[in-house]
Design a protein around this ligand. Structure first.
Ligand SMILES: [Zn+2]
Length: 438
């Protein structure tokens, strides 16, 4: 008998039967009420009214059942990256997510520690985009001088990618005004050199991360103009909705024309919701006809309230220069959120739920070049399944500028099933519904 609420014991050959949920599995073109049968940690069948005896049943009536959600952008190098790195399972299975991709926490120098102390013990499937920089994402890249070309070694990146071919799916890089004001495009060029040698994509952060070097100002459009020609099909541009004008949406409120050219060449786009999400820019990008391919939440310890003694992200890093970012006592970078909350935000501006499920399942698997292993409920695949529900009510969603958007539908996680093992979505990092109530 399992102690998890909502699961009851039954004798039989099926280990776990998920009964009566609305199954949305874009890879297999399924969107209907079905049962999902699991045995030996694998998907056995997806069909209406499976009557074979099952050892355990989850009653998913009224809920949404999808392939295990894949969060393509998380920060889970706990301890090594300081408060920035969250616990993998609090972001992962206990947040209703079966697979989390760490974006640039672990570096060519620190990857073995990540593999042994984060990925191996996690109940969540853990993948990574290795940092371009030898330092990795220490304290969320606080000390800017560590991140110039002299802190990058192409051979070391390529070797690390080859040492961990299953886990490392790409390389994390940045293209934003702080780095550009110091070194121009050079860091991204080195990242691309490693990416081509290793045969894996780069994931490019857009939007201000570091303050510009003293006395220098980088025109917002200059960055995109140098980045896009460098990219290959399969590379990823991140943070389309950032409120910073150096992202997709320029100071004129329009999407940069080169973004369309990048898409046409097979460059993909990841939401990377993060601490800089802007509803206005999300609408501008959506109205320009651009739906991102994948949806990473970009959770880290500086944009989410930690359970014990946590602290909010106090503006940009100001060790080396001044930067006009409001103090979060007046204007929080974000209210608590997670991947389901981000999906709710996009539903509130008109994105279809099925598109959002595709972004977090089959499209994410494609970005990771793992469509045969994850992102679908195909018989024989590992039984990675997410179960969520929509809570009807009156909710207020808030972006990083304090702009509020009302909604009546909030997605909320219930379970993550990883290789057949059910985990209740009980993470203390999940937003408190009281904070979102209108
Ligand atoms: Zn990030």
């Amino acid at each position: 008998m399992n102690s998890v609420a909502g699961i009851s014991a039954l004798p039989g050959a099926i280990d776990l039967l998920i009964k009566g949920g609305r199954v949305i599995d874009p890879a297999n073109h399924i969107d209907q009420v079905s049962d999902v049968a699991i045995a030996g940690g694998k998907i056995v069948a997806v069909a209406a009214d499976i009557t074979a005896p099952a050892a355990r049943v989850i009653d998913a009536a009224g809920m949404i059942v999808t392939p295990g959600l894949i969060d393509t952008h998380g920060h889970i190098y706990e301890h090594v990256t300081g408060d920035f790195g969250l616990n993998a399972d609090l972001v992962g299975v206990r947040g209703g997510v079966t697979c989390v991709v760490d974006q640039g926490g672990a570096s060519p120098l620190t990857f073995p520690g990540f593999a042994q102390f984060v990925a191996a013990p996690a109940k969540t499937r853990v993948l990574a985009f290795v940092s371009t920089y030898l330092a990795g994402g220490l304290l969320g890249h606080k000390y800017v001088d560590l991140y110039g070309p002299s802190g990058i070694n192409v051979d070391a990146i390529v070797k690390t990618a080859r040492d961990y071919p299953q886990m490392i799916r790409g390389i994390k890089a940045h293209a934003e005004p702080g780095g550009f004001s110091r070194w121009g495009i050079e860091s991204l060029k080195l990242a691309k050199e490693a990416s081509r040698q290793a045969g894996i994509p780069v994931y490019v952060h857009l939007g201000t991360l570091w303050p510009e070097a003293e006395g220098k100002t980088i025109a917002a459009s200059k960055i995109i103009e140098q980045v896009v020609p460098l990219l290959d099909a399969g590379d990823i541009l991140a943070h389309p909705y950032t409120r910073f004008p150096s992202g997709f949406v320029g100071p004129d409120g329009k999407v940069h024309p080169l973004i369309f050219e990048a898409r046409a060449r097979g460059v993909t786009i990841d939401v990377g919701r993060g601490a800089h999400f802007s509803f206005a820019n999300a609408r501008a990008v959506t109205e320009a006809g651009i739906l991102p391919d994948t949806l990473g939440a970009d959770l880290h310890g500086y944009n989410i309230k930690l359970p014990e003694g946590g602290r909010w992200y106090k503006g940009m890093f100001t060790d080396t220069a001044e930067m006009e970012v409001p103090d979060d006592d007046d204007l929080p970078f974000s209210t608590p959120y997670g991947i389901h909350h981000t999906m709710s935000e996009l539903m509130a501006i008109g994105v279809d739920l099925v598109d959002l499920v595709r972004m977090t399942t089959s499209a994410a698997a494609k970005m990771l070049r793992m469509e045969d292993e994850i992102g679908a409920l195909s018989p024989g695949m590992d039984a990675d399944v997410s179960i969520m529900r929509i809570i009807d009510g009156s909710w207020t969603l808030r972006d990083s500028l304090g702009i509020e958007v009302p909604t009546t539908r909030l997605l909320h996680p219930e379970y993550a099933i990883r290789a057949g093992v059910a985990h209740r979505a009980d993470s203390e990092l999940l937003p408190d519904l009281k904070d979102i109530a209108a």
